[in-house]
Design a protein around this ligand. Structure first.
Ligand SMILES: Cc1ncc(COP(=O)(O)O)c(C=O)c1O
Length: 425
């Protein structure tokens, strides 16, 4: 934990992202301080204060009869979880590992448990520990839950995860439903599922679960999707008399982040205002969200110091200290990740004379360059053909929006490079 910035040189930031400068003053101060301790720099910096402000803003907008869970698959660092804990209604786990992690780090908060291919031992643990709810992915899983609840003689609260057609609502970049996928049950299995539930006094059906897409950037489409979920559940209530009249619908996560220099992401406030109208028109339903990316992405920064700059067959490459083995987000999303530059001249470091002479030599100005990492693969690209006003060896590249699906989705052991430092502000 770094708390006290001893040197505060000017926060001059160069490249096309420089208009973000004053948004990231705290991060730049941290790099200045950290640069005096580690060279070359390679770190994740998490702004926990900003995260807390963000989650407060998100929950403040939520209409009545909605509950927000944090999907820890986005980022399960204990500091992140404890920052969120007082502001969310609980946490979503999607594996036995995440279930254990939550039981270690957040033992007093409600847990909901989803994900395909749950192990019998994970289901056993979830039932034994009487977690809030299990999201059932298939008829086989439902039968396993039935057997386990009987043998343990313990009640289980479940949601049925459903996959449905969404007509012409339109998809986002990554879909988990609305077309054939391994996720959830489809309508043709619903009768059989309800028969199993009806014959199992220990199983309580609390509602339905839908998570049909990630990277949703359109408020209108997301509202249409939620309206569609409500309409489907109403239809099922009409078709199956065993379904309770009042149910909770878990509408999943999937709220998107603009991975470009656009600071205006999904308009959450507008979404919540319109959602409250939908909820007023459907008083028999409560909603749950299990959101990951939208909550934590903006609080994280991945910082790589520039190790080398070179020309190769007419193109310019900038090699940073780190790469996609730490920060797979750009490779996973196949996008150019936004970044800004903190110049070496503003960072007080412990660099050697050798490094200093290199620093003075290699610089690029007003040119396009591709930002890569240290891996022996041409796929280790963080941003391609980026316009650079000025950059030299020793400067820091600061990738923003790195707080979700970043370090934890990366192939960290490849090539046995050192891990990044983790700094929690
Ligand atoms: C079932 C389920 N719920 C919630 C999430 C969280 O999604 P996001 O981080 O996009 O909000 C995911 C992500 O894949 C998911 O599969």
């Amino acid at each position: 934990m770094i708390t006290d910035a001893s040197t505060k040189p000017s926060n001059k930031v160069r490249n096309k992202a420089s208009n973000n400068n004053n948004l990231h003053t705290k991060i730049i101060d941290c790099i200045h301080e950290f640069g005096a301790q580690q060279s070359p720099i390679c770190a994740y910096i998490y702004d926990l204060k900003a995260l807390e402000e963000r989650i407060k803003t998100i929950t403040r907008c939520l209409p009545d009869r909605t509950h927000l869970f944090y999907a820890i698959k986005a980022n399960a660092e204990p500091e992140i979880l404890s920052t969120l804990a007082d502001h969310v209604d609980g946490f979503e786990a999607a594996s036995g590992g995440e279930l254990n992690w939550l039981q270690t780090h957040q033992p007093n908060n409600p847990i909901i448990f989803g994900g395909p291919g749950k192990l019998i031992e994970d289901l056993h643990q979830a039932i034994h520990q009487q977690i809030d709810t299990i999201h059932v992915e298939s008829l086989v899983e439902l039968s396993r839950i039935q057997t386990l609840s009987q043998s343990l003689q313990l009640p289980v609260r479940i949601f049925l995860r459903m996959n449905i057609h969404i007509g012409d609502i339109g998809s986002s970049k990554l879909v988990m439903g609305g077309k054939p996928t391994p996720f959830g049950l489809d309508e043709t299995s619903l009768k059989q599922a309800l028969d199993i539930i009806d014959s199992s006094p220990l199983i309580q059906l609390c509602g339905f679960h839908f998570h049909l897409m990630s990277h949703q950037l359109s408020v209108e489409r997301h509202l249409l999707l939620i309206q569609r979920y409500i309409d489907m559940v109403k239809k099922w209530q009409h078709d199956y008399s065993s379904l309770p009249s009042s149910l909770t619908i878990n509408v999943g996560g999937g709220i998107g982040i603009h991975y470009d220099h656009n600071p205006q992401h999904f308009d959450w406030q507008k979404f919540c205002q319109q959602l409250s109208i939908i909820l007023k028109a459907n008083p028999e339903f409560n909603l749950r969200f299990e959101i990951g990316r939208f909550i934590t992405a903006p609080c994280g920064y991945y910082v790589m110091e520039v190790l080398d700059i070179k020309q190769n067959l007419g193109e310019t490459f900038v090699i940073g200290h780190g790469g996609t083995h730490h920060f797979r987000t750009p490779a996973a999303q196949q996008h150019n990740h936004p970044f800004f530059i903190v110049p070496r001249s503003t960072i007080k470091t412990i660099e050697t004379e050798h490094q200093e002479s290199l620093t003075n030599k290699a610089a690029i100005t007003n040119t396009n360059a591709t930002i890569v990492g240290q891996l022996c693969t041409p796929k280790d690209v963080l941003a391609q053909n980026q316009w650079i006003e000025e950059l030299r060896i020793g400067d820091c590249l600061v990738f923003t929006l790195a707080g979700a699906y970043a370090w934890n989705i990366s192939h960290q052991n490849f090539l046995m490079h050192q891990p990044p430092k983790m700094i929690f502000l």
